[in-house]
Design a protein around this ligand. Sequence first.
Ligand SMILES: Nc1ncnc2c1ncn2[C@@H]1O[C@H](COP(=O)(O)OP(=O)(O)OP(=O)(O)O)[C@@H](O)[C@H]1O
Ligand SMILES: [Mg+2]
Length: 189
Amino acid sequence: MMSHEPPYRPQGVRFFDQLSLAAVRSAVSASRHFLRLTLSTWQAPLIEDDALLIASELVTNAVAATGILADRPTWSELAELSLVAVRLVGLRDSVVIEVWDASGESPVLRHADDDAENGRGLFLVQQLAQRWGSYRIAGGKVVWAELAVSPPAPMPLPQRQKSARSAGTSAARPDAGLLRLLLAGLEAL
Ligand SMILES: Nc1ncnc2c1ncn2[C@@H]1O[C@H](COP(=O)(O)OP(=O)(O)OP(=O)(O)O)[C@@H](O)[C@H]1O
Ligand SMILES: [Mg+2]
């Protein structure tokens, strides 16, 4: 699902962290490290794999749109470099990955053919995320994707041990041997 609104209101934000990076290829791996660290601090490691994939695609797109993806940029290219920012926003039941860049162009989901080499990034984001979208802000735009975080599984209630229960039952049941002894004792009186 694609939306042009921010996916949260400020008062719904529980956790927040962000990292600004130069718009070069290494921003992708730096974002992945940032996400892994932040998600483990927030104790949301279950969404780590999907979050890292999404961040890689969104940051690669942001760098492609506004920076330099070449492995060896020249000094003059670097002098003009824009920034990108990756933000992680923790909500009650989800985590939003936001990537800001300085381009006003909106992302366009392509319907890639099976053998197409490009146009897979956002398709993947759409597959993995519960929702995704983009919105403009001063100086650029944000592309975001939301991943649901399931609440921690409740601790299983302690199961009554079968053996304990049967032990309880047998303790409550009259013991035939004991009764026989009692009877013999009474008859002997
Ligand atoms: N941050 C962005 N700023 C501007 N345009 C974008 C941005 N992200 C995506 N787009 C546009 O959306 C298109 C689709 O993006 P998508 O990631 O699906 O494919 P791709 O980047 O072209 O190829 P691939 O991700 O498969 O290498 C891009 O080609 C680009 O035109
Ligand atoms: Mg892409």
